[in-house]
Design a protein around this ligand. Structure first.
Ligand SMILES: Cc1ncc(COP(=O)(O)O)c(C=O)c1O
Length: 402
């Protein structure tokens, strides 16, 4: 295989991050402490929100948010199968059941019309809530994912959730910096979960954060305790003040972020405006170089959305459907490393046996069979993007003529 000319993703890290991490390593405190607090303060300021709790991953952010919402056995949570498996696994780890609504064909996001349809056809409103006619479990909440950095239709989703008394937890793993109808993703009265995994728009290596636009100290306290075993006092409080005793108040997780990771985050969050501009510039170049190519559909961003451009997902024309994997192999041979987002959750072997009935999601399945995620990261320059776009066009041309 040729040396990769254009890898899938490269983090946007320089000596500033290295300096901050070294400072923490040279200090006396490397686990959760003042650096995490500083990181949370900066994210709150950046998003203009009241609550931010740093955790060890985006997955942990989802698990903790669902735990604090009280999700448990006998519950169902409506989400999308066009996501990374951890969205659905977080629900399953609560003893609850994910149920899927299909997605919009242009944005890849959960389709509010399909949510309505599912609720209308499969649930009935009882005194105890929306009960599934089939499983007798109760639908408790909606977990939308902002696919690729483009916000889901939150206004409508909020309206549906309000009408049926459902909670919302947002999977915003891709969406730090995204804006929906003038509001930054994160500025919500319910938990919004970010991921800072290594390929995300901003990274702490591994990491995540739960944010809410609320000053509800009870919520914040609970989220924080859940991230640290359910402990009544964190390590700083235990060692710096009074007696070292503590109590376990909740059945929590071990999911705290360390000061070493937070030191990375402190610099990354300050770079977010630049990262966002550079990613959007790369996307605009792809749009330009792929314009007018009949066999490819480039991403559609709705006029009232600003996308964080975590992904640049292109769709092959249905007539090239069977060629997707070959196109990926050809791109790799030319030194370009694309990816696929996402293998639908119900396609994985665990879920095939976990769900007792066959799941059919026609839009999800169709888009997956035709999707290729092109490399997108701040360090890509115009000629890299032109090379990737031209190479893709060349490969598609040949396939189209066969
Ligand atoms: C949509 C989505 N949700 C959740 C996650 C989980 O984030 P993390 O890897 O930080 O646990 C990811 C990670 O790639 C993701 O893409």
């Amino acid at each position: 295989m040729k040396k990769q000319k254009i890898p899938y993703s490269i983090p946007y890290i320089d000596d500033r991050e290295i300096g901050e991490v070294v400072k923490v390593l040279k200090g006396k405190w490397i686990t959760t402490g003042s650096e995490v607090k500083k990181f949370e303060r900066l994210v709150k300021k950046h998003l203009g929100v009241g609550t931010a709790v740093a955790v060890s991953s985006g997955t942990a952010a989802l698990e903790i948010s669902l735990a604090v919402q009280g999700v448990g056995e006998g519950d169902e949570v409506l989400t999308t199968a066009y996501t990374f498996a951890s969205t659905a696994l977080a629900i399953i780890h609560r003893g609850a059941m994910p149920v899927f609504a299909d997605i919009e064909a242009d944005t890849f996001n959960i389709d509010p019309g399909k949510i309505e349809e599912k609720i209308g056809q499969e649930y009935e409103l009882t005194a105890a809530g929306l009960q599934s006619k089939k499983t007798k479990r109760f639908l408790r909440g909606i977990l939308p994912v902002h696919f690729g950095g483009q916000p889901a239709e939150m206004r409508t989703i909020r309206e549906i959730a309000g009408r049926y008394g459902l909670f919302i937890v947002e999977d915003a793993a891709h969406a730090i910096g995204a804006v929906h109808r003038g509001e930054k993703i994160g500025k919500s009265p319910h938990p919004v979960c970010f991921s800072f995994y290594s390929n995300k728009n901003m990274t702490t290596g591994e990491g995540g954060m739960i944010v809410m636009d609320s000053d509800c100290r009870e919520w914040e306290k609970k989220l924080r305790m859940y991230s640290m075993h359910g402990l009544s006092k964190d390590a700083v409080e235990r060692y710096k003040t009074g007696l070292p005793f503590y109590d376990i108040v909740y059945p929590g997780f071990k999911a705290n972020l360390t000061d070493i990771q937070a030191a990375l985050g402190v610099v990354q969050v300050k770079k977010l405006p630049v990262i966002d501009r550079l990613r959007n510039r790369v996307a605009a170049w792809y749009d330009e170089f792929l314009a007018g190519v009949d066999d490819i559909t480039t991403p559609v961003i709705r006029a009232y959305n600003h996308s964080a451009r975590h992904l640049y997902p292109v769709l092959l024309n249905p007539k090239l459907k069977g060629c997707r994997d070959e196109v990926i192999i050809e791109l790799r041979k030319k030194g370009i490393c694309p990816s696929v987002h996402f293998i639908p959750v119900h396609f994985h072997s665990f879920f095939k046996t976990f769900f007792k009935e066959e799941i059919r999601l026609p839009v999800t399945e169709d888009l997956f069979s035709r999707e290729i995620s092109l490399p997108i990261y701040p360090g890509l320059n115009r000629s890299d993007v032109k090379y990737a776009a031209d190479t893709l066009k060349g490969i598609i041309d040949l396939k189209g003529k066969k």
